[in-house]
Design a protein around this ligand. Structure first.
Ligand code: DGL
Length: 270
């Protein structure tokens, strides 16, 4: 039966697990197949063409595993590849950027929003584009933070080096009197504590993961694909490199125990 099929979720690495965590909390009956493209990370400094190629390969891999919907749990791939791959498949594909922008638009009181993300996401201008369509009076200040992803992948979540980098990257946008800061890369919610320490309590940090899981839940319900009672969940985790390191990290993030993570060659399989 279609509604028992899994949901495919992917990112370049561990970042997408911040979205998986929300999916598991909000729609606990769904089975997840996760792919982390750890061999080819970071996506943030790659060209649009490359990110589209990688996204197509992963989408094909997930479709071969009979997923009923896909969540692109990566801002960079959502910004650069979502529109292209959406028209190529016949199952729902959801990105994280639109849900994140929606929350930011409804959160800001002074209309001044900061967005931090990868180079690819910030240079695409996608957050400004969506936010100004929602509310033309909103002003958006973007800043690329290319060192955050390697810091997260190395597990340096609450480290003096990370604190220093957060200070450097955010100083420019903090001068713009923003009241809302979008964590526009799925790795960044893992740095939430450190980012919060630097920016202070008056700035609201927006994590698009919560809204993304909500959108997924609504889409599944609308399309009659929802699975509310799956007694035996068999989540599967795949990466393109470093399976054991990934498994250990996943167990510090997710509400369930990850027993196994498999290494696959995405270029061959996808
Ligand atoms: N976590 C991803 C994002 O949301 C990708 C980070 C990267 O690989 O550069 O953009």
């Amino acid at each position: 039966m279609i509604n028992k099929a899994p949901i495919g979720v992917f990112d370049s690495g561990v970042g997408g697990l911040t979205v998986v965590k929300e999916i598991m909390n909000q729609i606990p009956g769904e089975t997840i197949i996760y792919f982390g493209d750890t061999a080819r990370l970071p996506y943030g400094s790659k060209s649009k063409k490359t990110v589209i190629t990688y996204t197509r390969q992963i989408v094909r891999f997930l479709m071969n595993n009979n997923v009923k919907a896909i969540v692109i749990a990566c801002n960079t791939a959502s910004a650069l590849a979502l529109e292209t791959v959406k028209s190529e498949v016949d199952i729902p594909i959801i990105g994280v950027v639109k849900p994140g922008a929606k929350v930011a638009a409804s959160t800001t009181r002074n209309g001044r929003i900061g967005v931090i993300g990868t180079e690819g996401t910030i240079q695409s201008g996608i957050y400004s584009e969506i936010l100004s369509k929602t509310n033309p009076k909103v002003e958006v200040f973007g800043k690329a933070c290319p060192l955050f992803v390697p810091l997260v992948e190395e597990g340096l979540l609450d480290d003096p080096v990370t604190f220093e980098m957060v200070k450097r990257y955010t100083s420019e946008i903090l001068d713009k009197q923003i009241d809302t800061l979008v964590l526009g890369c799925t790795h960044y919610p893992l740095l939430r504590k450190t980012i919060g320490k630097v920016v202070g309590e008056d700035i609201v940090l927006v994590n698009p993961a919560y809204e993304t899981a909500k959108v997924l839940s609504e889409v599944l319900t609308d399309k009659g694909l929802r699975n509310d009672a799956n007694p035996k969940l068999n989540h599967k985790f795949y990466v393109s490199d470093g399976a054991e390191k990934f498994r250990q990290f996943a167990n510090t993030i997710l509400p369930c125990e990850v027993m196994e993570t498999k290494d696959i060659n995405i270029e061959e399989l996808g």
